[in-house]
Design a protein around this ligand. Sequence first.
Ligand SMILES: CC(C)(COP(=O)(O)OP(=O)(O)OC[C@H]1O[C@@H](n2cnc3c(N)ncnc32)[C@H](O)[C@@H]1OP(=O)(O)O)[C@@H](O)C(=O)NCCC(=O)NCCS
Length: 171
Amino acid sequence: MIHIRKMHPEDAEQVIRLSSAARIQVYQDLISADRRAAFMDSQSTDLAMLSKKIRQLQNRLNDTSKMTLVAEEDGSVIGYCAATVGENAVYLSNLYVHPKHQGKGAGKLLFAALKKHYPHKSMRLHVVGENARALSLYEKLGFKKIESRPSTYFGLSRILMEASADIDFSL
Ligand SMILES: CC(C)(COP(=O)(O)OP(=O)(O)OC[C@H]1O[C@@H](n2cnc3c(N)ncnc32)[C@H](O)[C@@H]1OP(=O)(O)O)[C@@H](O)C(=O)NCCC(=O)NCCS
């Protein structure tokens, strides 16, 4: 069974590994050949890069304006989401489920758990416009497109989306 809880410092390595695996899965075929090597470098989990990313993520946990949740199954962290909490809106900066565990409901459970923490705030996020699957998930959840920006992430476009505070994310 999938269980959602706040992230602990010791989850950091699993979170970084699953995020890299999910980003590579979704973006490597969308990014043009000339930018692919730079993208793959940015996702490296070699020891130096891993320790730096672990420190950054662990520091985030001490920031009271941030909320970071993980999805756990059989003792393993299989997904995570990271949000910044503003006065009226929650900004979702990351949502990743490990490729081996996608399609089992972890993404939806992470959304629902985040919303439960902030029932009276609207939610905003950026999605890569070429990421059809994520875009369709957000539209199904009730997010509306606010603005589009071309070529901001390794040549891919980004769309800002918003869901009003009264949406409960039950699909
Ligand atoms: C997008 C993502 C977070 C969704 O998490 P998930 O746990 O796989 O999603 P869920 O199982 O909760 O399913 C939610 C919806 O995702 C979509 N989805 C899930 N698995 C899918 C699949 N195999 N094929 C197509 N769509 C799928 C569907 O819209 C699904 O809704 P439905 O069950 O009503 O059909 C996850 O797939 C992921 O990490 N993808 C790669 C990284 C990414 O794109 N992150 C978002 C960046 S903005």
